[in-house]
Ligand binder design. Structure first.
Ligand SMILES: *Cc1c(COP(=O)(O)O)cnc(C)c1O
Length: 391
């Protein structure tokens, strides 16, 4: 489908879609079923022998997953994608497909709190150790390599301090040592950054954020070479982190407007960052689209746009943070990001609360930090609201 379509918006609307052969429905029906019937016993046996494409049981696949997977694979320039029940299920599935007891990982210190917990608290119980380090300098990677190192894992831009890692440079070092590079592309989205084209081996996503974009679904995805996605499917069917038909359908619907939404969020992010950079209540604005961002040149090289998330360091300590967050009216005081509505949160209050202090320090996650995730509202309204809350 859609082989002749080249533009991103056309792909997002049409990839994986076809009128329903039974009813002619232009949108795909919701396949709200746990199981699928076969016409003959032999056809079921053939399916089990993997001689046939199709569906048998929703934990192993569902037509609504297929639609979203087709769009995500195309967007990331991947051979295949796999939908999962959350971003965390996607991260865990991808890492378990690559690592086993005795293996070692290297991760960017500045990563999502849930992912940090998986790597720092859970995987060591299964014999997988992680070294956390600042990967802003790609050559630092060499010092952490061990003979058991299997995977380099990073987020760029990182959450919540918007630090960048040079995907191409890190991929080159990793590949020379026979390691795989996995990039969490949740923050950038494939509209702004395509890690596979820069040399990454696989991409993971929290579909909960920009991909779905409406704060009404928890979902995740892995995208990469067919062989790797097959290994992920095998892990997923054993772990059971399956999405469901309705959420996959919502995600497929959300994906149709991804590029339009991200474009607007890029514009809003830039406008809000520029406004706050000049504000006397703000000590520092962290946003890759600003000239003042220490990796602005890398951002321009590896990203097409800079996204809808920025963080600020406030003057005035905790009372100033509380006052600012309590006074905003348009922004929701909520975790998450990438949705149509703007959200604001203090990372140490929630998302990064259980990251131990030494790792918070390594990631630059301090108490004066506030993360702002802009939606698709009008920039003037966002700026007016932030201005009155800071006044
Ligand atoms: C939210 C998030 C995750 C986890 O995704 P869930 O869908 O909440 O499980 C992973 N990585 C990043 C960068 C995120 O923002």
């Amino acid at each position: 489908m859609a082989e002749t379509l080249k533009g991103l918006n056309s792909l997002l609307v049409h990839e994986g879609e076809a009128p329903d052969p039974v009813s002619g429905s232009v949108t795909s029906p919701i396949y709200q079923t746990s199981t699928f019937a076969f016409p003959t016993n032999q056809s079921m046996a053939d399916f089990m022998n993997e001689q046939k494409e199709g569906y048998i049981y929703t934990r192993l696949g569902n037509p609504n997953f297929t639609v979203a997977e087709a769009k995500i694979a195309k967007l990331e320039g991947a051979e295949k994608a796999l939908m999962l029940s959350s971003g965390m299920a996607a991260v865990a599935t991808a890492l378990m497909a690559l690592c086993g007891a005795g293996d070692h990982l290297i991760a960017h210190a500045d990563i999502y709190g849930g992912t940090f917990g998986l790597l720092h608290d859970l995987l060591p119980r299964f014999g997988v150790e992680t070294t956390f380090m600042d990967l802003r300098d790609p050559s630092a990677l060499r010092g952490a390599l061990r003979s058991e190192t299997k995977v380099v894992y990073l987020e760029t831009p990182s959450n919540p301090t918007l630090r960048l890692a040079d995907i191409a440079a890190i991929a080159e070092i990793a590949h020379r040592k026979g390691l795989r590079l996995i990039v969490d592309n949740t923050f950038a989205t494939p509209v702004n950054q395509r890690p596979l084209a820069l040399g990454a081996d696989a991409v993971v996503h929290s579909g909960t954020k920009y991909l779905n974009g409406h704060s009404d679904v928890i979902a995740g995805a892995v995208a990469g070479p067919a062989e790797f996605i097959l290994a992920c499917s095998d892990v997923a069917r054993k772990l059971g982190g399956t999405l469901n038909a309705f959420d996959a359908w919502l995600l497929g619907r959300g994906l149709k407007t991804l590029a339009l939404r991200v474009q607007k969020q890029n514009e809003n992010g830039q406008a809000v960052a520029e406004y706050l950079e000049g504000h006397p209540a703000i000590a520092e604005v962290l946003y890759p689209g600003l000239q003042s961002h220490p990796q602005h040149e890398l951002a321009k090289r590896q990203m097409k746009g800079f996204g809808g998330v920025l963080s600020v360091r406030l003057r005035g300590g905790q009372p100033a943070v509380d006052r600012f967050l309590d006074r905003v009216q348009l922004f929701g005081r909520a975790v998450s990001l990438g949705s149509v509505e703007s959200l604001i949160t203090q990372p140490v209050a929630a998302v990064h609360r259980f990251v131990p202090p030494e790792f918070q320090g390594m990631g630059g996650i301090t108490a004066d930090l506030v993360r702002i995730a802009v939606g698709i509202e009008d920039a003037e309204d966002l700026i007016r609201d932030l201005g009155q809350a800071l006044a």
